[in-house]
Every structure is written in C-alpha cells, then in structure tokens.
Write a protein that binds this ligand. Structure first.
Ligand code: SF4
Ligand code: SF4
Ligand code: SF4
Length: 405
C-alpha cells in the first residue's frame, strides 16, 4: 500500500488524514528506536485532543520510564514522570500499577490536570520480556506449506469473516532467488511486541494484553479512524466498512468477550477495524480447556506448517518445532547475495523495523524480487475472495495493505 492509498483510506474515515499519516510514520520510527515514546507522546498529544477529544494511546517505554528509568527534561517537558511518581506515592501504588489504571483513571485522579489528557490506555503494556508470562506466538514452517488455503478457510469460518477479510493470508510467489516456481508466505497479524498500531490508536481500542501479549481491538470503543491500519508495516488490518456478512444474531457473542467484558473476538461490527486475534476466544478458554493453546488455522493445516503456543515456554509446540528443525539443519541468515541456494533459514518479517513480531518463519524469506502469482488452489475455488492481487515488489510482500470488507 503506497502513501497515496493510505491517505485515501484515512480520508474515507472522516478523521484527520494528515495527522494519521504523520503518526504512522513516527510510530514506526518509535518501534525502530529512532524516536522515544515520550517524544512521540508529546508531539501528538494536543493534536489528538483537538481531533478526538482524548488521547488514550498505549505506551510501553513511557510506562517503563515512569517505573524507574531516567526521563530527561527534553523528553518530558511537562514533568509528566514527576507528577505520576508523586501521585503513585500518594495513592500507595507502584507507578506501573498507576499506569495500568489507564488514562481515564489518571485523569480522574487529577494527574494530568492542566494537560487535559491521559498518557496510557486500558490495554496494558506489551508483556515485556518476563519469562513467567505467557506470550502467544507462532512458528510457521513455510517449507511444509503446499498452498492449499485450508488455514484461510478455517479462519474465515471460525471468525465469521466478511468476504475479502482474510485475517490469514497465503501468498504464492515466485522469486529469482528461490529454486521452486511456487513459494508460499503464510501471514497473520504478527502480534508485535513493539506494535506501531497500538501507539497510534487515539482511543486505546488497539491494545496489547499484559497477560499474554495478544494485540487486540476493543470493538466496543474503536471509532474506525484507521490510524492503526496505516501504521502497521504488515498490512494485516481489515476495516469492516459495511454491514458484516454474518449478522450478530448468528454469532456466539459469549465467545467474543474478554475478561474485562469487552468485545474483542470474531468479526468486527460495521465501522470497526478487525484483524487476526490469535483466536482469542480459544486462548481465553471460552471454547473449552482443550482449545487453549490452539488456533483454527493450525488445526486445519494438514501439512504441519503452523505451530502455535507460548513462546516463553521452551517446551511449547512452536519452540519444540524450531529446536527440532535446527538440531538437524544449519540456519543460514546471511544476506541474499551470499546465501547458498535452498539453504535452511528462519526469519521474522521485517525484523529490521524493530516491531519484535511473535511469529517466526522457517524457510526462506521472500527476496526483493518476489512476485505474487496464482497459487495451486485459487481463493475462489475455496469460497474466498482475494482483494489484493497486486504485484508485490521491493519487499512489499510483507506490507501489502489491508482491505475493506
Ligand atoms: S502486525 Fe500490524 S496489526 Fe499486528 S501487531 Fe504488528 S503492527 Fe499491529
Ligand atoms: S483500533 Fe479503531 S480507533 Fe483505534 S486506531 Fe484502529 S481504527 Fe482507529
Ligand atoms: S490465529 Fe486464529 S485468527 Fe489468526 S489467522 Fe489463525 S485462525 Fe485466524
């Protein structure tokens, strides 16, 4: 998706497109370590208040800064860190607990009196690197994929997706740097640990769950501004533009509600953003204990390509798959020009962007010469619609834009 297309999407939303474009670019710079979250927060706070009447973006680094790291005056000209530290002491809370109360709570407590807004969202932080917490993720072995699209069909059916909303997406591509005529890239939301999409959401709808790292959308409060969509480097967001194909009366809404009582699962309602949830209702036990740690796409794959589980658990299926693979094979992560043909490799998509995805691929990464081609099984033949049959070049395999449904 090029800049012009992104701007067009934002303009359709009726919100400030220029603000969305600038924030998307800067959110990616934050993920890449080129801009501090604190500066990013300050740069857009007033504009967000003017446009949306609130600023409930999720911040990770800022929260950590407030939890004890030094925040420089240049980074925090309003003295936010000091004021929160002082309030935390008064309330008898740790600064992390205070921030976890969310922006509205901080406002109510008067911490941001004068600035008129809040500094964080209800979603919690990124989950950090604490090993004792679950971090759901995937290892996808592209060498095993045969392009049958069963994963796409399973996701579509389980989540009642509208036509064209392919939360799971299988690209077939040819590549001058790979031996086979048909190569596959199986792509979901990467559930990034440092996700640009959560940094730009003005209402805190797009959030990262503290307890397991899932990146979700709170359908109850999403206003459809589409800022998350243009900030995501992976093009995995699908805006529910019209009436969903499956009406609400036909979906089991009890399955879609999280522990806060918020609607985060299945397809979004009209005017709301959707994307892969890592089957949140399964992970929350709403489909039965036996479904925890599984996904619909993984279950449907008969080629042993998709492995879902807790990336912080060395014994989990994805980690076991990875270690078994590399016990037998050498991982060659050299640049394309230096990589021998058909060597074993693992990679994360656009890893250089600093988003720290929770999806690892086994197989060869598409090179800059990759071209999308018709797959062995067409989308139409399995009842799906492909809204983005565009030629993907210059590394855009990973950044083809999301679509409307
Ligand atoms: S892949 Fe995109 S939508 Fe998913 S967490 Fe990362 S930035 Fe957000
Ligand atoms: S989740 Fe909804 S409100 Fe938040 S940035 Fe995306 S479209 Fe806007
Ligand atoms: S993890 Fe679940 S929501 Fe995500 S692509 Fe697979 S089936 Fe769809």
């Amino acid at each position: 998706m090029d800049d012009e297309e992104m701007r067009r999407l934002l303009e359709q939303s009726g919100y400030d497109a220029d603000l969305g474009m600038r924030m998307a670019e800067d959110a990616q710079r934050v993920a890449a370590g080129e801009l501090s979250e604190t500066k990013f927060y300050g740069r857009y706070h007033e504009e967000l208040l003017a446009e949306f009447g609130q600023d409930d973006r999720e911040f990770n680094e800022l929260r950590d800064d407030l939890d004890g790291e030094v925040v420089t005056e240049a980074d925090d000209p309003d003295g936010l860190a000091d004021r929160l530290a002082s309030l935390a002491d008064t309330e008898g809370l740790s600064r992390r607990e205070l921030m976890a109360k969310g922006g509205a709570a901080a406002m109510a407590l008067g911490v941001l009196a004068g600035s008129g807004g809040s500094a964080t969202s209800v979603g919690g932080d990124s989950g950090g690197d604490d090993d004792d917490r679950t971090r759901w993720g995937m290892v996808i072995n592209l060498n095993n994929c045969d392009g049958c699209l069963a994963c796409m069909v399973a996701c579509d059916q389980e989540h009642n997706l509208s036509r064209g909303s392919n939360w799971m997406y299988v690209f077939t591509y040819e590549d001058d740097y790979q031996e086979d005529d048909q190569n596959f890239l199986v792509r979901t939301c990467q559930h990034c640990t440092d996700s640009p999409c959560t940094k730009v959401c003005p209402v805190g709808a797009r959030h990262t769950r503290d307890e397991d790292g899932l990146v979700l959308t709170d359908y109850d409060i999403c206003i459809g501004c589409r800022y998350c969509e243009v900030s995501c480097p992976y093009g995995v967001n699908y805006f529910q533009w019209g009436e969903p194909d499956v009406p609400e009366s036909e979906i089991n809404d009890e399955h879609q509600i999280d522990s806060r009582g918020r609607w985060v699962g299945s397809r979004p309602p009209e005017g709301v953003m959707g994307k892969c949830t890592f089957c949140v209702d399964r992970q929350d036990g709403q489909m039965g204990e036996e479904k925890i740690g599984t996904t619909a796409c993984e279950e449907a794959c008969s080629m042993d390509a998709i492995h879902f589980g807790d990336m912080n658990d060395p014994e989990s299926p994805p980690n076991q798959h990875l270690s078994a693979y590399f016990d037998d094979n050498e991982n060659d992560r050299s640049e394309w020009e230096n990589r021998s043909e058909h060597t074993v490799s693992s990679f994360k998509l656009l890893e250089e962007r600093g988003t720290d995805p929770n999806v690892t691929f086994v197989g060869n990464e598409p090179s800059q010469h990759a071209r999308q081609v018709e797959g062995p099984v067409t989308y139409e033949s399995v009842g799906l619609v492909d809204n983005r049959k565009e030629v993907l070049d210059n590394g855009a395999m990973a950044s083809a834009g999301g679509d409307d449904a």
